[in-house]
Ligand binder design. Sequence first.
Ligand code: GLN
Length: 204
Amino acid sequence: MAHPEEASATIGVLALQGGVEEHLRILEGLGADTRRVRVPRDLEGLDGLVIPGGESSVIDKLARTFGVAGPLREAVNHGLPVLATCAGLIYCARDLDNPSPGQQTLGLLDITVRRNAFGNQRFSAERTLPVLVGEETLPIEASFIRAPLVTRVGEGVEVIATVPHDGAEEAVVGVRHGAVTALSFHPEENDEARVHAAWLDSIR
Ligand code: GLN
């Protein structure tokens, strides 16, 4: 929630490709100042960064072309909080089961991710699932669009959302570690603002 007496946070959205506008709309609705991040200087003075969905191999390629991948990794390693959705989760992973040829990731989270794990179609277009948001578990409206699955969770990485999938009761679709929260799905597609709100609260 916006606290009028506090200076509002400045939140960047990595704006190389993908669903940038939906995140900007939600963040602005929550009272944050926003900035599109494309080049290294756009990272200066940010209080947090959102990495949107889209196509992770394209985001990777463009981030390296614009020279922002290295500075971004460094900023997060120095504590810049991140909220990542879908392709953003893929981009944060240490390892991918099925990378595109030459695809690189930021390695911010010790997880392994399988891209397009639910098939190429929209999987149950929208569904409500319990997600650990801040300290509470809330029913979150989520869209799964060519969504990835977390197939390995490293030590210290907390699971915040699961769905039954492919015989597994609890396939992992949301994780957090330190200041990095990453989801396989898109709350922003449904104007679901509570994940963003809790993340903002945690960094203010
Ligand atoms: N399948 C996409 C990828 O590999 C992610 C899809 C999404 O972000 N909605 O990047």
